[in-house]
Design a protein around this ligand. Structure first.
Ligand SMILES: Nc1nc2c(c(=O)[nH]1)N=C([C@H](O)[C@H](O)COP(=O)(O)OP(=O)(O)OP(=O)(O)O)CN2
Ligand SMILES: [Zn+2]
Length: 134
């Protein structure tokens, strides 16, 4: 089994509305996502796939959906105020944790036809979440 990994960097604001501590406050992160693709066989270029193809796939999604966006649970009570002020945000069904965001990226890359091994989202220099399927 061969595995390649491409890293991408982006930013977002969010809050974890049910968090008992500081993460329920509005705050932001400058994050790294590591996207790993696996294959048993290399292609005729000797690659799992081109790093740039992974980057193009992930950048398209991240730039459109996550980067410099404000990520909130759909029931977050701040949403009416954002709408009233014409502010941009993304409301999702789950809490916008590193776990949930890594799965969102995983699902997008898988839907684009890549054989994804895992997606790791480094939310801070010391904390990451990984999503993979058995
Ligand atoms: N399992 C998870 N735990 C936490 C998440 C998460 O997404 N999944 N998110 C947060 C916060 O949003 C934020 O990421 C803070 O993380 P944390 O590592 O606690 O923050 P610090 O950098 O301040 O940590 P220190 O190492 O104490 O400086 C929280 N938990
Ligand atoms: Zn956070």
């Amino acid at each position: 089994m061969y595995i390649i990994t491409k890293e991408v960097y982006f930013c977002y604001g969010h809050r974890l509305m049910n968090h008992p501590g500081k993460c329920r406050n509005l705050h932001g992160h400058s994050v790294k996502a590591s996207i790993s693709i696996k294959q048993n066989q290399l292609n005729d270029q000797g690659m799992v796939c081109d790093f740039s193809d992974v980057k193009d796939c992930v950048d398209g999604f991240i730039n459109k959906v996550l980067d410099h966006n404000f990520l909130l649970h759909k029931e977050d009570p701040i949403i009416p105020a954002l709408i009233a002020n014409n502010e941009q945000f993304l409301a999702i069904d789950e809490h916008p944790t590193a776990e949930v965001l890594s799965k969102m990226i995983y699902n997008h890359v898988k839907q684009q036809g890549f054989n994804v091994d895992q997606v790791v989202l480094w939310e801070t220099a010391s904390a990451n979440a990984c999503y993979r399927e058995e």
